[in-house]
Every structure is written in structure tokens, then in C-alpha cells.
Design a protein around this ligand. Structure first.
Ligand SMILES: Nc1nc2c(c(=O)[nH]1)N[C@H]1C(S)=C(S)[C@@H](COP(=O)(O)OP(=O)(O)OC[C@H]3O[C@@H](n4cnc5c(=O)[nH]c(N)nc54)[C@H](O)[C@@H]3O)O[C@H]1N2
Ligand SMILES: Nc1nc2c(c(=O)[nH]1)N[C@H]1C(S)=C(S)[C@@H](COP(=O)(O)OP(=O)(O)OC[C@H]3O[C@@H](n4cnc5c(=O)[nH]c(N)nc54)[C@H](O)[C@@H]3O)O[C@H]1N2
Ligand SMILES: [Mo]
Length: 691
């Protein structure tokens, strides 16, 4: 099959979308004369159902983009400038392994740090051969906490594992709350499912700090001050207990700590919650009534609201809500944050931590990469970046840039494009697109495992992550057969994992035949009886959190930088809160260099409330500088009342512009969240001035 697809000049071939997005779509690639000319959604994929987003419909344009890096390159100009010369793969590999051997001898293996995220969600690409290589090398480890770790920990503190309501069931809900997620842009097939529910009479409520595309689509949009969602969640509990909306039998049978919670929420009166969140008392009462009296209610917990100092406790507080009315007994009721827990595979077989010569190697938090590169004791001497673009996506990019500019830092970047980060590389290696690879895909939202086999040959001299890291392993002289394994062998190992009952029956043979295979979801029917929390129950009260010095019950803790319960404003050096969530046409910083996608987004913009604009003499369309003690961001003002005064919003992670300071993350903090050591991008204060 593999060879067949590559060599067939014309036809329609199955594929998988590799982007870091919950929908993990099944695709069809249309080939003419050996080239992909069109990308469409696979109508046979039960979630995709033939519909895909604009980004991916244009994917062929990115795959064949004239600026794709096709050969190994060596930097010839200053770091950051982008001047490179072509070298051979032999030279590149020799240089890397030569430098690594010397570094290990002189500074120890932990002087080398891999820096990666999920630019390609293929399991073999980012949780496979790469891990084997860095484990065997004994490199420093990376804590991959830039995306969802605060929220995942918050969720797990209640439910024990990353699993919640499954997508198809949400059509049965009669109230759907999208809380801190912009699903029209970031999870479009959940919108399709919610539309089905809506046709059957469901109400869709969106709770967000600005009226994003999803807020505009909803039946009821509720704006609130950033980072105050936990107060709202506990305020809803206050009313639900007060007015007897709770399911006492469910609380007794399945939860821990409901009596303590009942007492605790008494402090969160609607008036108090209103003063924290900015939501009128009447709306808080109305929402509690709608949610608490619904027959079947579903809460979609987005990623946005956990990119805060208090992100873990916020998600924890929301995750506790469905238990109050026993929603977990209803089909389509409950909540979901991430469903990645259903599809866990044999990661030890894939990543081989046993190969590590130094099991106690240090771990560097990726949110603190700037600080890590400035360490003078046991300094990091080399970074290997792949599937990520830290110069754009990591917080406090001023510090990140300083780190990458270090003359003595040996930097290797493997990517499809000369990203802002790649410009700082000593060696830049060409990566294949996922349509050129074999890989295995699982979604962190739906329950279909998918297989990708190459549809076109590798462009130029580009290599997949699997090829690259097995080649590097062999060139380092690592003799373990693991560096010779084929993709098929790796996939078979990953899937052979009896520890996860949901994976039962998902085999490589079935994947080859059907392309997508559904997990066995029968264990879900009895999941409440086997919750992997310490008590085996839904933990409204968590002794584990208490031991860690955190509030054991759902609690609102104000941000370290931002709203402090009182509206900020005059008198504060930085009176505005700056929120920089993803935009519709980029995928994090991916596509931000592609003309088609740039045109759709036009340019970086700042949404600012008319009151805040007037105070600063800013008019719609003016160029403004957004600034704080960390840096500056130059954008065009868009005066709009889509958020409450005091909050400004800039969507999208743009690359460096021509002569312009275009980085949202120049302003964001590298503090870590309350749980999971997560990123706190949105707990940022700024001031805005006209040019
Ligand atoms: N088109 C597109 N799709 C994507 C991505 C992309 O870049 N572009 N990125 C992908 C990735 S990696 C991820 S993690 C997901 C993220 O997608 P989502 O889960 O939708 O999360 P975000 O878009 O980060 O933020 C969603 C919303 O949270 C809001 N928000 C910020 N602070 C608060 C707060 O304190 N309270 C509340 N209630 N809301 C708040 C923001 O204004 C934003 O509208 O999307 C994935 N899909
Ligand atoms: N201000 C602010 N910052 C944020 C966020 C935010 O909302 N606001 N969101 C955060 C979140 S949720 C996330 S997940 C991160 C995401 O940040 P990143 O994971 O860095 O995501 P991308 O910017 O998409 O960069 C992925 C890179 O991987 C490359 N790539 C793709 N496929 C392959 C491959 O097969 N091999 C190799 N070697 N490279 C490949 C792409 O070309 C691209 O350059 O950003 C975070 N940063
Ligand atoms: Mo993410």
C-alpha cells in the first residue's frame, strides 16, 4: 500500500491531519501528476464527516510552498539573520554527532536539551524515535507544559484521569456551556455536534473574556474578567445547593467531600461573585437556574481559561460542577477538558526510558526556556528544536531570544520552514510534511485511532523525525536495535498495551484495512465505579491538593498579575489585561508565514474597548504600541465592545514582521501556574499608547 500510494500519479488517497487540534481529521488527498492538488475531509470518518477547516483545505499550498527548507543548511551569518549555506546530510550529521560527543565529554550529557512540542501530532514523530534518541543520549529532559498541563492537573484532581464526555454523546445535551474555548476556530466538529443539539432545542452558552467567533455563534454570551472563572463556578454551586438543585443521592454515592463543599460555597454569594467576575447578579442567578435545572448539561472546558496563574484550580472548580446534579449518569451530560486518557498507548516501548544512562537527569520546564538558557551553573550548551517554534510561541520571548542568541550555544533546528527560531540555528535540517510519512494518530478529543502512510515522496532531501533520530542514534554509535526499528514495528509495539482496556482490538492490521479504528468504549459504561482518584470517587475535596499546599475544595484564587478582585484602572502602571489567544487561520505559529493564511488574517490587531480607547486617544485603525516591563508589541487598534473595559485582546501568534515588533509573547510572563507547572500567557498586564 505504502509504495502504491507514493507511486500512483493520480487518485484520491486517505490521510490524517497532523495539526495540534482536537479534531484530528480524516483527510483525502487528491493527486494529479504525482502532486497533491486538493485536500478534502474524509466523508467516511465518523467525526470529520467530509468537513474540514480552511487551514487544512489549503494545506497543499504549505506542503509545496517555495520557502520550504529542502536541504540541510549551515548558518553563515550572525544568529537570527537567516543567512545559511547548503551542506550535505553527511556533513550535518557529522557536525551534530561530533559536537555532541565533545559536549558530553566536557560538560556531561545533560548540557544537551531537546525542545519540542506537537507541531506534528504523529505519535512516532514526537513521542517515538526522538525520545529514544534523547533518552539514550542522556540529555536533559523537557517538561512539555506549554499547552494544557494546568487544566489537565485540575481536571485529574477531580476525576482522576483525562477522560470526560465523548463527542458524539453531546448531541443529547440540552444545555451546552463552552467555557473558555473558541470552538468555532479551534474545534469545529464540536460546533457541528452542538448544532445538532441546538436543533433539538439545546441552548448554547459561551463564557469568555471576549466575544470571539464562538460567542457570536452562541445563544447567550457571558463576558467576565480574565482569571475569575473559578469564582463563577463556585458561585453557581452556591445557588445550586441553596436552591436544592443538587442530586443528593449521586453526591453520597459517587463523590468525596460534598458536605465540606456545601459549607465552603456559602461564602460565594451572587453579590460577591458578581464583584469578582463583573457578571451581573441577575445573570449569575439565571445561569445557575439554566445549568442546575437542565436535564442533560455538557460543559466544554477550553484551554484559554487555564493559561492563567490560577488555571489548575479554575479547571478543577468547573470540573466539579457536573457531579452536583449527577450529570455523569446522563448520556451526553458531564464535561470534557481532554479525552487523551482514553487512548494511552505503550509509551515505554515507544520512548524507551530504560535506555537512559542517567535516570535522574534534570528536567527543564519549556515555559522557562529563556531563563534556562541563561543558567550559568551546569549551563545548557546545545538545544535541539523540532516540532516547535519557541521564539514565537514561548512566553517572554525577549528572554528566549537572548538565550538563543548566545554565541556558545550549539543549536540544531529540524523544521519545514525557516521559522524565527530556525534563524538562530547553527544547523537547520529539512523536515518532511506528515503526508510524506508513516505515522499513528490519536485525538485528545474523539476516539478514533488513525494511520497515515506516505502519499507523496519526501520533498528535496527532507527527512521525517523517525528517520532523522534513528540516523542520529546510529551515527552516535548507539548499538541498541531500537534505532533500527521500522515504523510498522514501532506502531505495533505502541498498540500492544493491555493496560488500557479502551485500546482493546485496535490493531495495525485493522488500521491498514480501515484507516481509522474506534477505541473500545465499553469500559466507559462503568467508569464511575473505577475512578483512578486516590479515593476512587469524584474528589470535590482533594487531600492530595491540600498536602501540596493548595485549597482542597474548588476555590477562586486571584491572579498574581491581573485582576485582584477589584477592577484595575487608573493608578495602576499597567491597567489593562492582555489576552493573546489563537486566531482562526493559523495553528499556533504554523501558517503564519504562508501568504494565503496571512491575507485571511490581514495583520496583527488589538481589540480595545471604546472606553479604554478614548482614555488613550486611540481611534479605530490607529497603530498602537502595547507594552509592559517585558517588552512591546506593535499592532493596529480595533475599537470594539466585544469585551469588558480593562481587557485587550490580540489573536494569533505572528512571526517577526518587516521592521515591526510583532510578537504577542514579548509581553507574556514565564511564571508557572498553580498546578502542572503550566503556562500563564493570559495573566499579563499592559498599557497601550498611540504611535
Ligand atoms: N484555528 C486554530 N485552531 C487551533 C489552534 C490555533 O492556533 N488556531 N490551536 C490549537 C491548540 S494547540 C489548542 S491548545 C487549542 C486551543 O483552543 P481553545 O481551547 O479554544 O483555547 P484558546 O483558543 O487558547 O482560548 C479560548 C478562549 O479563552 C479565552 N480566555 C482567555 N482567558 C480567559 C479567562 O480567564 N476566562 C475565560 N472564560 N476565557 C478566557 C480567550 O479569550 C479565547 O477566546 O486549539 C487548537 N486549535
Ligand atoms: N501568547 C500565546 N502563546 C501561546 C499560546 C497562546 O494561546 N497565546 N498557545 C500555546 C499553546 S496552547 C501551544 S500548544 C503552543 C504551540 O507551539 P508550537 O508547538 O511551537 O506550535 P507551532 O507554532 O505550530 O510550531 C510547530 C512547528 O513544528 C513544525 N513541524 C510540523 N511538522 C513537523 C515535523 O514533522 N517535524 C518537525 N521537525 N517539525 C515539524 C512546524 O513547521 C512549526 O514550525 O503555543 C503556545 N503559545
Ligand atoms: Mo495547545
Amino acid at each position: 500500500m505504502t509504495q502504491a500510494m507514493i507511486h500512483q500519479e493520480n487518485g484520491v488517497f486517505p490521510a490524517v491531519c497532523p495539526l495540534d487540534c482536537p479534531d484530528t481529521c480524516g483527510l483525502l488527498l487528491h493527486k494529479e501528476n504525482g502532486k497533491i492538488v486538493k485536500v478534502t475531509g474524509n466523508p467516511d470518518h465518523p467525526i470529520t464527516q467530509g468537513a474540514i477547516c480552511n487551514k487544512v483545505r489549503n494545506m497543499a499550498h504549505r506542503v509545496y510552498h517555495p520557502e520550504r527548507v529542502l536541504y540541510p543548511l549551515r548558518r553563515v551569518g550572525p544568529k537570527g539573520e537567516g543567512a545559511f549555506e547548503r551542506i550535505s546530510w553527511d556533513e550535518a550529521i557529522q557536525e551534530i554527532t561530533g559536537r555532541y560527543k565533545k559536549l558530553i565529554e566536557e560538560h556531561g550529557s545533560e548540557s544537551i536539551l531537546p525542545y519540542s512540542f506537537y507541531g506534528n501530532m504523529g505519535i512516532l514523530s514526537v513521542d517515538g524515535m526522538d525520545r529514544r534518541f534523547f533518552n539514550r543520549l542522556g540529555a536533559s529532559r523537557l517538561k512539555q507544559s506549554i499547552c494544557n498541563s494546568a487544566g489537565n492537573e485540575g481536571w485529574k484532581s477531580v476525576m482522576g484521569f483525562n477522560g470526560g464526555t465523548v463527542p458524539e454523546d453531546t448531541v443529547h445535551a440540552d444545555v451546552i456551556i463552552v467555557w473558555g474555548g473558541n470552538i468555532v476556530s479551534t474545534n469545529m466538529h464540536q460546533v457541528v455536534l452542538a448544532e445538532k443539539a441546538r436543533k433539538a432545542g439545546a441552548k448554547v452558552v459561551v463564557i469568555d473574556v471576549h466575544k470571539n467567533q464562538t460567542g457570536q455563534w452562541s445563544d447567550w454570551f457571558i463576558p467576565l474578567f480574565p482569571g475569575t472563572d473559578a469564582a463563577l463556578a463556585v458561585g453557581l454551586m452556591h445557588i445550586m445547593f441553596r436552591d436544592g438543585m443538587v442530586n443528593e443521592e449521586f453526591l453520597r454515592q459517587y463523590t468525596l467531600g460534598h458536605e465540606a463543599l456545601r459549607e465552603h460555597v456559602k461564602d460565594y454569594t451572587p453579590e460577591h461573585v458578581s464583584s469578582i467576575t463583573g457578571i451581573p447578579v441577575g445573570d449569575i442567578e439565571k445561569l445557575a437556574d439554566l445549568y442546575g435545572r437542565a436535564d442533560t448539561s455538557y460543559i466544554h472546558i477550553g484551554n484559554g481559561l487555564q493559561h492563567h496563574d490560577n488555571g489548575g484550580l479554575t479547571v478543577r472548580s468547573i470540573a466539579a460542577l457536573p457531579a452536583l446534579t449527577g450529570q455523569w449518569l446522563k448520556r451526553g451530560g458531564g464535561a470534557a477538558k481532554s479525552n487523551g486518557g482514553y487512548n494511552s498507548m505503550d509509551s515505554d516501548a515507544l520512548e524507551r526510558p530504560d535506555l537512559r544512562p542517567n535516570p535522574n537527569a534534570r528536567t527543564i520546564n519549556m515555559n522557562r526556556i529563556g531563563e534556562a538558557l541563561a543558567m550559568t551553573e551546569q549551563p545548557i550548551k546545545s538545544v535541539f528544536v523540532y516540532c516547535s517554534n519557541p521564539l514565537v510561541v514561548a512566553p517572554d520571548t525577549g528572554r528566549v531570544r537572548e538565550g538563543f542568541a548566545r554565541e556558545d550555544l550549539f543549536t540544531v533546528v529540524h523544521d519545514l520552514f525557516m521559522t524565527d527560531t530556525a534563524k538562530y540555528a547553527d544547523i537547520l535540517l529539512p523536515a518532511t510534511s506528515s503526508f510524506e510519512n508513516t505515522d499513528l494518530f490519536a485525538s485528545y478529543w474523539h476516539q478514533y485511532i488513525q494511520l497515515q502512510e506516505p502519499v507523496i515522496p519526501a520533498l528535496g532531501e527532507s527527512k521525517s523525525n523517525v528517520e532523522l533520530f534513528s540516523m542520529l542514534g546510529r551515527a552516535m554509535g548507539f548499538t541498541d536495535p531500537t534505532f533500527h526499528e521500522t515504523e510498522e514495528e514501532m506502531m505495533a509495539r505502541a498498540l500492544d498495551f493491555p493496560d488500557n482496556p479502551y485500546l482493546n482490538g485496535v490493531t495495525l492490521d485493522k488500521l491498514k484495512e480501515h484507516r481509522h479504528v474506534k477505541l473500545d468504549m465499553t469500559p466507559l459504561e462503568t467508569f464511575l465505579d473505577r475512578l483512578p482518584t486516590p479515593s476512587g470517587r469524584i474528589e470535590l475535596y482533594s487531600a492530595q491538593l491540600e498536602q501540596a499546599g493548595l485549597p482542597p475544595l474548588p476555590t477562586y484564587v486571584p491572579l498574581k498579575e491581573g485582576y485582584d478582585g477589584v477592577r484595575r484602572g487608573r493608578g495602576h502602571k499597567y491597567p489593562l489585561m492582555f489576552i493573546s489567544p489563537p486566531n482562526h487561520n493559523f495553528l499556533n505559529s504554523t501558517f503564519a508565514n504562508v501568504d494565503k493564511h496571512q491575507k485571511l488574517e490581514k495583520e496583527p490587531a488589538l481589540q480595545i474597548h471604546p472606553e479604554d480607547a478614548e482614555e488613550r486617544g486611540v481611534e479605530d485603525g490607529d497603530m498602537v504600541t502595547v507594552y509592559n516591563d517585558r517588552g512591546t508589541y506593535e499592532v493596529r487598534a480595533k475599537v470594539t465592545d466585544k469585551m469588558l473595559p480593562g481587557t485587550v485582546v490580540s489573536q494569533g501568534l505572528w512571526w517577526e514582521g518587516e521592521g515591526r515588533k510583532q510578537r504577542a509573547n514579548a509581553l507574556t510572563p514565564d511564571r508557572l501556574s498553580d498546578m502542572g507547572e503550566g503556562a500563564t500567557f493570559f495573566s499579563t498586564v499592559v498599557e497601550v499608547k498611540r504611535h
